[in-house]
Design a protein around this ligand. Structure first.
Ligand SMILES: [Zn+2]
Length: 549
């Protein structure tokens, strides 16, 4: 790692760190003996990715997000794992004999020398972040040595040829179904029985993908295995049930929420994989428009009021909440959260997790937080009248409140709160801003191609006042598993509640009037913002229509 002073200076020059934060990190470092970079990450002053990006720029190298990079098998086979681990690099790709490698330390000369000796060619060097490096190295070699497809095929064969599916085979199969979801970075795993077989689907980047086809004989066993893990009643097959369990793969534990529903072909199971889904970003890196991002950043400095983030499940609201918390001066303000669940641990913040079984929910937490001398309260979600009222009350009694709501756009949050019996006057005085968002898939940069829009497509752009003749699409390649997409970005709108809008809320203006006024004041609506991202080539027209059409 580059020397400690240089990292501090580098991050300061890029605006990621201030003197007070560096001072605290240096003190903590003396206590723990950790490296400065690791200490800064531990304190959540910078993320592992931000540190790597800064290093990459400093050393004129390219940074890649190794978590979302498809590492090729021939690259892995070219370098033994133990060697890669010892010298501190990860093989990524091999093209015409030239190996691409990822390093966390830009001055890792040994890695370059080693690869040059082994492949008779100097490698192409990329910077990767330390967290991603550790995870990807383990994951890539593990799945190289334990190919899921082969193990699954042999288990399916065993089940097909036996009279009754053996318990051990079915258990192994159930575990493989989950493990494959983790390998694919899926958020949900679906076990769908049909009349003759069982289909396994995975939701990856917001879209379902077909995974496996399994003999019907294994269905009951797989469902039982999942039900036992999540302590559900295996005898009850006529009613829906829900539960959860923890599943460990490669030293990483995943919280998995389970929901079962009886269908005509037997029980359908959906598992939601929770760990590692949130990432630490900054608000201006999320994908909202620049002007409104600048305005909302100032609102995070307010001492009282409420800022809401809205969107459907899986729209990245948690990532935005964490980005918002990073705008708050954690050295001067006491922040306390209640989340369901805690998806990313931030130092200097008191994070708590909902526990319905013992009655610890958002409203109980909200009430008790008042005695914890808070400046900022984060209530993971406003689901009911109680929580809504507590959030509003806290925000008008000298606290900044951050929370989320399930609505499709920013203005709809207003009638939604009224539905929860929030007082119109209190709400209009408390609301500072509402952000609404979706996640859109980004076009794979390796197979991106420009094409001419059809008249119909161009008309959709014109409706939003955009003159666009061509857009982009991914053709599908090895790097993106043939999907044409890689990674996701936030697209959204930011409604700033100024005095006019406050007055309109108070006097009961319609949401159409509110929206029109907000747009006049500079709100860039979600759909238009998404179309602009398609025009720029970040995403496709189809993807825009899927998330905001
Ligand atoms: Zn591609």
């Amino acid at each position: 790692m580059a020397s400690a002073i240089r990292i501090g200076d580098l991050l300061k020059s890029r605006g990621f760190l201030d003197d007070r934060q560096l001072h605290i990190a240096l003190i903590q470092q003396k206590v723990t003996g950790d490296m400065l970079g690791d200490t800064l990450i531990d304190l959540s002053f910078v993320s592992s990715a931000e540190l790597a990006q800064s290093l990459a720029e400093q050393f004129n190298l390219e940074y890649i997000d190794v978590n979302n990079y498809v590492i090729t098998e021939d690259a892995l086979r070219a370098i033994p794992k133990e060697l890669a681990e010892k010298i501190g690099f990860i093989p990524l790709d091999i093209e015409d004999g030239m190996l691409s490698i990822g390093v966390t330390n830009p001055s890792n000369v040994l890695a370059i020398d080693t690869v040059t000796k082994m492949t008779k060619q100097a490698p192409k060097v990329f910077i990767v972040d330390a967290e991603g490096f550790r995870d990807s190295l383990e994951k890539a070699y593990f799945f190289l040595r334990n190919p899921i497809r082969e193990r699954m095929d042999s288990l399916i064969n065993e089940i097909k040829t036996a009279d009754t599916a053996s318990g051990a085979a079915v258990t192994a199969l159930a575990d493989l179904i989950i493990t494959d979801g983790i390998r694919k970075n899926a958020t949900d795993v679906h076990v769908n029985p049909t009349a003759s077989v069982v289909h396994i689907f995975y939701r990856v980047d917001g879209v379902l993908q077909f995974g496996h086809c399994i003999p019907k004989a294994a269905h009951a066993g797989i469902v039982s295995r999942i039900k036992i893990l999540s302590q559900l009643d295996i005898a009850e097959q006529r009613l829906p049930q829900d539960g959860s369990f923890r599943f460990t793969v490669l030293n990483k534990t995943y919280d998995i929420r389970v929901s079962t529903v009886p269908t005509v072909y037997g029980e359908d199971v959906v598992m939601r994989l929770l760990a590692g889904s949130a990432s630490l970003l900054r608000i201006d890196k999320l994908g909202f428009d620049k002007v409104n991002t600048g305005r909302i950043k100032m609102l995070f400095q307010k001492s009282n009021g409420i800022i809401l983030i809205t969107g459907p499940t899986g729209s990245g609201k948690t990532t935005t909440l964490y980005a918002a918390l990073r705008e708050i001066d954690l050295l001067e303000r006491n922040v306390i959260t209640v989340e369901d669940p805690v998806e990313y641990k931030l130092s200097l913040i008191k994070q708590t997790q909902v526990n319905e079984k013992v009655g610890y929910d958002f409203s109980l937490a909200g009430r008790n937080f008042m005695r914890q001398d808070p400046d900022v309260m984060l209530l993971g979600e406003i689901r009911d009248e109680d929580t809504a009222k507590i959030a509003i009350r806290a925000s008008i009694t000298g606290h900044l409140v951050l929370s989320t709501l399930h609505t499709n756009d920013a203005v709809t949050a207003i009638p939604r709160l009224l539905d929860l019996n929030v007082d119109r006057f209190l709400m209009s005085s408390a609301l500072l801003a509402i952000m609404a968002q979706r996640l859109i898939r980004k076009i794979c940069k390796y197979c991106k191609k420009e094409y001419t829009l059809t008249e119909q497509e161009a008309a959709v752009f014109r409706e939003e006042g955009l003159t666009v003749a061509s857009a982009f699409k991914g053709q599908g390649c090895l790097k993106c598993n043939g999907t044409g997409y890689a990674g996701r970005s936030v697209v959204g709108e930011i409604l700033i509640v100024d005095d006019d809008i406050r007055e309109m809320i108070y006097s009961g203006a319609s949401i159409i009037a509110l929206k029109a006024d907000a747009v006049k004041k500079g709100m860039l609506p979600l759909h238009k913002s998404a179309l602009m991202k398609a025009a720029e080539g970040l995403t496709t027209f189809d993807e825009v229509m899927r998330v905001s059409g």
